[in-house]
Design a protein around this ligand. Structure first.
Ligand SMILES: Nc1ncnc2c1ncn2[C@@H]1O[C@H](COP(=O)(O)OP(=O)(O)OP(=O)(O)O)[C@@H](O)[C@H]1O
Length: 248
C-alpha cells in the first residue's frame, strides 16, 4: 500500500493565488522522499493539505491508507507531523508535555510514560527531558520535536525543513536518526528541505515542485545523471531568478 497517493490535488487561496495546480504524488512504504522547490513553489501548501491542516480546492488523496477528504481524523491518527517551528516550550522541560501529548493519543498515564521513555531512548535524549527547552541545543530541540511526532507510532512522518538552522554536525546526526527510523521501524518519511546536500544524502526519491506543479522527480542518482550536481539540476529546472515574494 502506498503511503501517499494524490490525484490532481489543487489549492487556490481566496486571494486568487493558485498555490498548487494539480499534483500527483506517490510515496511507497519505507521511502524517504524529499520535496524540493524554490520559495513560494507550493511545498508548505501541499504539505499542509497532506497533513489535513488545509482543505484542498480539488483533487483527491489517500494518506497513510485513509481518504484525506472523507476521513481526515483517520489520517491524523496515522501520521506524525513536525512543523518548521517545532513544539518545544522554551520555558519548561519537555517531559510533562510529552506525557500529556501521549495521553492525548489515548494512552493512560503509565503507558504514556513508558512510550515517552522509549521514544527518548530512540532519539538519544534520555535524561534531557527534565531540562527547560531553552537550555537545550538546537539539535536536541529538533530531536524533541521529532519525539512529539513519534509518540503514537505513525507509519508516515512529515518533516517540514527538519534541519534548518542546525550546524553541520547536528544536521548529520539528525539524518542518522531519520535513517534509523526507516531502517529499524519501517517508517516512511516525507520531508521538505532547501538543502540540496541533505536531499542528496538522505532521500531515496526527490520531487521538485515549481509554480505549483511537480516539474521533476526521481532518485538523486537519476536526477544527477550525466555527472551534474543536484544544485545544477535544481537551478536548470527551476531557473536562476530570485523567488523572494515581494510584500504586497
Ligand atoms: N494563506 C495563504 N493565502 C494566500 N496565499 C498564500 C497563502 N499561503 C501561501 N500562499 C501563497 O501560495 C504560494 C505557495 O506558497 P507556499 O508557502 O506553499 O510555498 P513554499 O514552497 O512552501 O515556499 P517556502 O520555501 O518559502 O516556504 C505562494 O505564492 C504564497 O505566497
Amino acid at each position: 500500500m502506498n503511503l501517499i497517493e494524490t490525484q490532481g490535488l489543487t489549492k487556490t487561496f481566496k486571494s486568487g493565488v493558485e498555490a498548487v495546480k494539480g499534483v500527483d504524488i506517490t510515496v511507497e512504504p519505507g521511502q524517504i522522499v524529499g520535496f524540493l522547490g524554490p520559495n513560494g513553489a507550493g511545498k508548505s501548501t501541499t504539505m499542509r493539505m497532506l497533513t489535513t491542516l488545509l482543505a484542498p480546492t480539488s483533487g483527491s488523496a489517500k494518506v497513510a491508507g485513509r481518504d484525506l477528504l472523507a476521513d481526515p481524523a483517520g489520517v491524523r491518527r496515522r501520521i506524525g507531523y513536525v512543523s518548521q517551528s517545532g513544539g518545544v516550550n522554551l520555558a519548561a522541560p519537555p517531559a510533562g508535555d510529552l506525557v500529556l501529548q501521549a495521553m492525548l493519543y489515548g494512552m493512560d498515564r503509565g503507558r504514556a510514560r513508558e512510550r515517552v521513555a522509549e521514544v527518548l531512548a530512540l532519539l538519544e535524549l534520555t535524561g534531557m527531558e527534565h531540562l527547560p527547552g531553552g537550555a537545550l541545543s538546537g539539535g536536541q530541540r529538533r530531536r524533541f520535536d521529532l519525539a512529539f511526532g513519534l509518540l503514537h507510532r505513525p507509519p508516515l512522518l512529515f518533516l517540514d525543513e527538519p534541519t534548518t538552522g542546525l550546524d553541520p554536525q547536528s544536521r548529520a546526526h539528525l539524518w542518522d536518526h531519520i535513517r534509523a527510523l526507516r531502517a529499524d521501524h519501517g517508517m516512511t518519511v516525507f520531508l521538505t528541505t532547501h538543502y540540496l546536500d541533505e536531499a542528496d544524502a538522505l532521500c531515496d526519491r526527490l520531487l521538485i515542485i515549481d509554480g505549483g506543479r511537480i516539474v521533476a522527480e526521481g532518485s538523486p542518482a537519476e536526477l544527477k545523471a550525466g555527472g551534474r550536481t543536484l544544485d545544477d539540476v535544481f537551478l536548470d529546472i527551476t531557473g536562476r531568478s530570485l523567488r523572494e515574494e515581494v510584500p504586497a
